[in-house]
Design a protein around this ligand. Structure first.
Ligand code: ADP
Ligand code: ZN
Length: 701
């Protein structure tokens, strides 16, 4: 078994990391013990290290079964950039290329070999050519027809354990549900595999849900806060992805559409452009993103409500794989709920689907910490509110909504439960459209009694009333709103109703905007540019050079020597050799510019003060003229005096004060701070007078 120090050394040398994440060490130990292992970690949890690090140390080759041919090159490039010999084998390669790989296998020159399940015909040849130390099955849930992403080719993998029983296997997945987990082990013939289940909490993902009104406008302002960042917008329909991408392009954003109907070639182009930061935004159906190992996706938007929380969590999980803060935003709309309900009813197992949709809906309408709800769905309970969801950041304020509720309920009562939400709101707001006029609804007693509440707010209040159980939706009857028996208590017995205020989000948004502006001229931006340049030179995705987290750490630590640079999390030996010089150079250049700028701006500001002083202005006048405080001007004058300028400090300190301070200096034993003087004079002489007096005394002695 490998020793702790050796593992940590390898982790740093080849992957650049200083420590293991929870579970990684345990899993790796278990791999070295020759056991079969099943790893369940959320997307971005760090599964790859669990087989890539053993692969480096094991004597032979680690065979990796991975579902997406398109991503293999990426994985192999990543390993190569870290100095780990790796290759992939698939049917798109020429015979020559394949021969070369086999010959490397024979010479034991590879540490990892990627093969798609569709290419298992090569397996026997691979095993006889090379010494296979470990088999890793990535995205293992694809083997289960229970899972949400079943791939028929995966079912063949069961034979691997029969054929090569003594080669240990490690299966990895981010799937959460128990039935699938068990099924995976059975299908792979590793029923006794050691199971490692990591926490699904992804603290770096902020969670936010907003009402889906004027979505495009909301998206634009969201994007303006993140001009350089990559992200995905998930839509329900293909048409949506296209129209949204088009509108974003028109608004000047680098966006593309992706869905199953786009021709293959174009699709992989979009994917590649996204991975390489040539396209920043992809508007996609859920077909996009599976297995995409792009660590710097900074945000994910759900344009429509997802079908269930599994899908939602997996999709937002594609953001922030590097562990840096990333934003997720879900638009909740009543129309989506209706549509998904229809889909669910027409599906094979309507009952399960409807129940799952219901949990999705509860989540998006939550008035308490969303992460708690989400994680409890995956069987994980957290004690504290998360502090990183919209509900935690802007807890709803409840108010006595009895009158609002009564207005709504009595309108539904008068409409005899015959109208959907939109007509109910129109009546409440006194709209004059065709439906209202045709049906004579302006005669209803409550017509127009709540014009003061906006359409959007009414929608939110009605949803709350539905969730509180006062109203129900007749799904089978054109989604008409009807009263429940509970509504009677509100209408006729004056039962109180507490509603949550729906108008809190705007302030938060303005705050964020300010913060984002400050980030533009940072070292991080400079390093990001350099990284992009290098990526272009080498034709590999930028994040394979260093991920955003590593750049952030460089920005913070400003390493200027090789040793310091090696300390950055994410810098291994190979990357130090390849990129260290250029990054260090950039950091030094940046720091120097910054220093000089500071110096010149400081030098300048002193000079301006000096000129005004020479014109004979008083401190107060200079301060006023320059828009600075008197304190700042005093400090300028002291500095100018120190540096030998002709400043008559006696103009600011009376002879009496000077004498007193001189005396105090002796009794106080020449302290090196001002406070003792200040206290000595019981605050009768201010700090600046003391400071200037001491400067004079210093010069005189
Ligand atoms: P998964 O396959 O589980 O989605 P990855 O293996 O791609 O996740 O890892 C996600 C991110 O976390 C990657 O950017 C990876 O480099 C980083 N990472 C993994 N392990 C560590 C570690 N021990 N320390 C720091 N970063 C790590
Ligand atoms: Zn929360």
């Amino acid at each position: 078994m490998a020793q702790e120090a050796q593992l940590l050394g390898t982790l740093k040398e080849y992957f650049g990391y200083d420590s293991f994440r929870p579970l990684q060490k345990k899993i790796i130990d278990s791999v070295f013990a020759g056991k079969d292992n099943m790893v369940i970690m959320p997307t971005g949890g760090g599964k790859s290290i669990c087989y890539q690090l053993p692969a480096v140390l094991l004597p032979g080759v680690t065979l990796v079964i991975s579902p997406l041919i398109a991503l293999m090159k990426d994985q192999v490039d990543g390993l190569t950039a870290n100095g780990i010999p790796a290759a992939f084998l698939n049917s798109t390669q020429s015979e020559n290329e394949q021969q070369e790989i086999f010959s490397k296998l024979q010479k034991n020159e590879l540490k990892l070999l990627y093969v798609a399940p569709e290419s298992l015909q090569y397996i026997d040849a691979v095993f006889s050519a090379g010494n296979i130390s470990l088999i890793a099955v990535d995205e293992a849930h694809c083997i289960s027809s229970w899972g949400h992403d079943f791939r028929p080719a995966y079912t063949q993998l069961g034979y691997l354990k029969n054929r090569f029983p003594s080669t240990p296997m490690i299966a990895l997945t981010a799937t959460a549900d128990k039935a699938t987990r068990k099924d995976i082990c059975n299908q792979l013939n590793i029923p006794h595999a050691k199971k490692h289940v990591a926490s699904f909490d992804r603290k770096n993902l902020s969670l936010e849900v907003r009402p889906g009104n004027k979505k495009f406008g909301q998206i634009l302002s969201f994007l303006k806060q993140r001009p350089q960042e990559s992200g995905i917008i998930y839509c329900l329909s293909r048409k949506n992805t296209e129209s949204l991408a088009e509108k974003l392009q028109e608004a000047g954003f680098s966006a593309a559409a992706y869905h199953a109907g786009v021709p293959n070639e174009e699709r992989s182009q979009v994917q590649e452009d996204f991975i390489n930061d040539r396209k920043k935004i992809v508007c996609a159906t859920i077909a996009f993103g599976m297995g995409i190992d792009k660590s710097n996706v900074r945000w994910v938007i759900h344009y429509n409500l997802p079908k269930n929380l599994e899908g939602y969590y997996q999709e937002i999980g594609r953001a922030g794989r590097d562990g840096l803060p990333s934003a997720t935003l879900l638009f909740h709309s009543y129309a989506d709920v209706m549509q998904l309900q229809k889909f669910a009813q027409n599906s094979g197992n309507a009952e399960v689907q409807l129940a799952k949709l219901d949990r999705m809906k509860q989540y998006s309408e939550a008035l308490s910490c969303r992460r708690k709800i989400l994680l409890s769905y995956f069987g994980e309970l957290i004690a504290e509110d998360c502090g990183n969801c919209d509900v935690c950041k802007n807890p709803p304020e409840f108010f006595d909504g009895t009158i609002i509720a009564q207005k709504a309920l009595s309108t539904i009562y008068r409409l005899q439960g015959q109208e959907p939400i939109s007509v109910v709101i129109d009546v409440l707001r006194g709209a004059q459209n065709a439906v209202i006029l045709e049906k004579g609804y302006q005669q209803i007693k409550t017509y127009g009694i709540a014009k003061d509440i906006s359409w959007r707010d009414w929608q939110q209040y009605l949803i709350q009333l539905i969730n509180l159980g006062h109203i129900e939706i007749a799904f089978h009857d054109q989604n008409k709103l009807r009263l429940t028996s509970m509504a009677r208590n509100v209408l006729f017995e004056n039962q109180k109703v507490r509603l949550a205020d729906v108008n809190l989000a705007d302030i938060q948004e303005q705050k964020v905007e300010k913060e984002e502006k400050a980030a533009k001229n940072s070292l991080f931006e400079r390093l990001r540019k350099l990284r992009l340049e290098l990526a272009k030179e080498e034709e590999i995705p930028a994040y394979l050079i260093f991920n955003d987290a590593a750049l952030k750490e460089m920005e913070k630590e400003r390493p200027m020597t090789d040793e310091d640079f090696m300390q950055i999390n994410g810098v291994g030996r190979q990357k130090m050799q390849n990129y260290g010089y250029r990054f260090i150079k950039e950091i030094i250049a940046f720091s120097k510019e910054k220093r000089e700028k500071k110096k010149t701006s400081k030098g300048k500001t002193h000079k301006v003060t000096l000129e005004l002083y020479q014109e004979g202005l008083s401190v107060e006048e200079i301060a006023q003229k320059r828009g600075l405080t008197a304190t700042t001007i005093y400090s300028h004058l002291a500095k100018l005096y120190d540096s030998g300028e002709e400043i008559d400090l006696h103009r600011f300190v009376s002879a009496a004060d000077l004498k007193a301070i001189k005396k105090a200096r002796k009794t106080l034993n020449d302290p090196d701070t001002l406070k003792p003087y200040y206290e000595h004079f019981e605050e009768a002489i201010d700090y600046w007078t003391i400071r200037l007096a001491l400067t004079i005394l210093e010069r005189e002695s």
